[in-house]
Design a protein around this ligand. Structure first.
Ligand code: NAP
Length: 239
């Protein structure tokens, strides 16, 4: 029996990078996976990979900046699989720019995708998790949730916010048996890091390493909750 057999997981940003690795690993562990992001063809490719491996997945094209699409996502899952066990808030975005030059439109999008959507999706799935008395909400934050960096002020603010939301939510729902966790990776080799970055990508964390941390949370004993997991690259990717 696979450890997550019979479970349903929603993964945002599932078409690439960490979200794709999480989706594949949760499927291999027995969970049905709901793949959410904007780019439907990338999501369909992940669904195909899951189905070829004998798993089950559904694609729900979702723009996380649109409230009505967040509601539609959760409704579609409940209609098809009658339940939700895990919400993996993974999607994220930010544009490097100094505060003085940055566009407020980009700030709004960063805050919507990285912070507001995870909060709203949490609100939408919580009644089901509370009723079940279990499940998990895992937020992919960043090491940027602990330390500021130039040209990334609002991305950093969104991740500090996501960590604060995680810590408060854990206190709020721990007695229901619901696990709430934030994962704080350093540099991960994904499309989020531009190809032009002067870094050694071979020294970055692999997306699969972050997926293993998500699985660790979901598989953790009912007596504990790994509320915060920091993952740093073993060797520095800076050249
Ligand atoms: N890579 C790193 O070094 C690193 C380090 C720490 C934390 N993280 C965090 O890890 C998470 C995953 O990022 P990644 O590194 O795997 O990069 P990635 O491959 O670029 O993944 C980001 C995902 O977010 C989705 N997304 C962006 N805007 C969206 C929107 N409006 N609606 C729906 N989905 C949206 C994208 O899908 P669509 O374009 O199809 O919508 C994409 O699949 C992010 O939260 C990021 O902040 C990354």
């Amino acid at each position: 029996m696979k450890p997550l057999a019979g479970k349903v997981a929603i993964v945002t940003g599932a078409g690439s990078g960490i979200g794709k690795a999480v989706s594949l690993l949760l499927s291999r562990s027995g969970s049905r996976v709901v793949l959410a992001a904007r780019n439907e063809s990338r999501l369909s490719a992940v669904r195909e990979e899951i189905e070829n491996g004998g798993g089950e997945a559904m694609v729900v094209a979702t723009d996380l900046t649109r409230d009505e699409e967040l509601e539609r996502l959760v409704n579609r899952v409940v209609e098809k699989w009658s339940s939700v066990d895990y919400l993996i808030n993974n999607a994220g975005w930010g544009k490097h720019a100094p505060v003085v030059k940055a566009k407020i439109k980009d700030w709004d999008e960063t805050l919507q995708v990285n912070l507001r959507a995870p909060m709203i999706l949490t609100k939408l799935v919580l009644p089901t998790l509370i009723q079940k008395g279990g499940g998990a909400i895992v937020n992919i934050a960043s090491i940027a949730a602990k330390m500021g960096g130039a040209n990334a002020a609002v991305y950093t603010a969104s991740k500090f916010g996501l960590l604060g939301f995680t810590q408060s939510l854990y206190e709020e729902v721990r007695e229901y048996g619901i696990k709430v966790a934030a994962i704080l990776p350093g540099f991960v080799d994904t499309p989020l890091i531009p190809a032009t970055a002067k870094m050694d990508r071979s020294k970055m964390i692999r997306p699969e390493d972050v997926a293993e941390a998500v699985l660790f949370v979901l598989n953790s004993s009912p007596a504990c909750c790994p509320v915060e997991i920091t993952i740093r690259p073993q060797r520095t990717p800076y050249l």
